[in-house]
Design a protein around this ligand. Sequence first.
Ligand code: C2E
Ligand code: MG
Ligand code: MG
Length: 509
Amino acid sequence: MTPIRIAILYFVIGALWILVSDTLLYRLVDDPVRLTYWQSVKGWFFILASTLLLYALAQRLRTVLSRELDVKRQHLAVVRRKAYTDHLTGLPNRRFGLRAIRRLIQRAKREQKHFCVMCLDLDNFKQINDTLGHSAGDQLIQAVGKRLHAFLTEDEQLVRHGGNEFLLLCADVEHAEEIDKRAGEFVALFQEPFLIGPMPLRVTASIGVACYPEGGEGQGTLMRNADLALHHSKLYKNCFKVYESTMSRAMHYRFDLEQKMREALEENLFEVFYQPIYDPHKSCFTGAEALLRWPDDEGYISPVEFIPVAEQSGQIRALGAMVLARACHETQQLSERAGRPLSISVNVSPKQFANDHIVRDVQAALSASALDPGCLILEITEGVFLSNAAETGEILNQLMELGVSLSMDDFGQGYSSLSYLRKHPFRYLKIDKVFVQGMDSSGQDRALVEASVAMAEALNLQVVGEGVETATQQEALKELGVHYLQGFHLARPMPITDYEYFLLSAQVS
Ligand code: C2E
Ligand code: MG
Ligand code: MG
């Protein structure tokens, strides 16, 4: 019943009561003294009845209200739980994490305590998602959440920060050794594979740590610095890094470079230089290695500096495709003008092997330029086999089927595993310049070059000596039977117009 109905009912009953009872009383009682007495009894009766009615109504209202309040409270608790819980893992979510950090800061200020925030991110998660599908990715995140949660101590909280990132909030940690030990333990938790579906999946994680108050006194700064430390650990993967103030500068430089690189790519500012390659047995230049150049106000930014940044930011694919396209096109044009085929060696980063884009990029460069695939040499380093040897092998075979040649660059620098050379279809082996340059002074380096040449011969590989800086090195390499030479002594890397002029004058002389 609505309040207005109750009021009307009360008014009607009250009015009827007064009318009926008064009429009855005047009819039944004549004596004025008794009439006054009964009027008063009637009044009291009315007050009593009204009071009882009001009491009953209030009581009912209270029951209804408290029932409604209970329902609302339960609803509120569900909404709050949902607002602070991650639906995939059931763990506290990012919003909860930020609130928890604020509370930890307040407590640490009050009680002069320390704590740290660890940002944990799964390595190569995108690759897992792309190859195994999103459902496997979700299962992996759930399994990681469970494993981390089971490992927490009383003073730690685990939060899913979003995507493949988790936050570990460790209260009451005082010493750097304690933090290092704990972060190391979290990284080591990933040594055991995860069982996703029928197969065990090996995943590693990187962690960035920021400690209060050294790593930031506010929630925003702490989070930013933990993230910065995470970016640093991501450069190496499967490790942790604790935030240091120098990281900001290094990171700013990187971000800046990344941004500038994006603009340079859009505006087509990158240049391709060519360093001629010499055949000492036929005494002629047979082609060149394409080397990227990024002009800036003070000259050129070295590829050694920007290639790793491009690899990290994913821009290497666009850069690599651009070098391939331009090098093939310019070499084809030059070959036509020179009236003879010229080879072109293009460096390919291991990151370009993350999927089979490289095959499509090579195909596109060859068909757009009409260059003979036999003239294209792809230079790769051993790093390419470290991440995913099986898939890389498959991609190398596909590249071979296109008719291009493969060259193992910087041989001697890395693991120098012979098995890679034996298993995969390499045609060239480039001895690293460190050994070529060491030949003058070090017998060991000379022996190493000799051994490399002998081994290459046994494996039917052609040897290129790079970094030739003196006539003595040139002679020594020729004597050892090295097939091709490259280095400042013969020619420096140069723009295409200079390269054309260089080839013409070399032909004439
Ligand atoms: P790399 O492929 O081993 O290239 C040879 C490097 O040695 C070049 O350095 C070249 O300028 C330098 N060099 C050649 N002759 C001599 C010499 O006689 N003495 C000395 N000291 N150095 C010599 P650069 O151009 O700075 O390139 C460095 C590295 O950057 C390259 O090493 C390659 O790994 C990478 N890089 C360059 N261009 C590209 C590219 O287009 N894509 C990719 N992925 N990497 C590239
Ligand atoms: Mg190279
Ligand atoms: Mg090299």
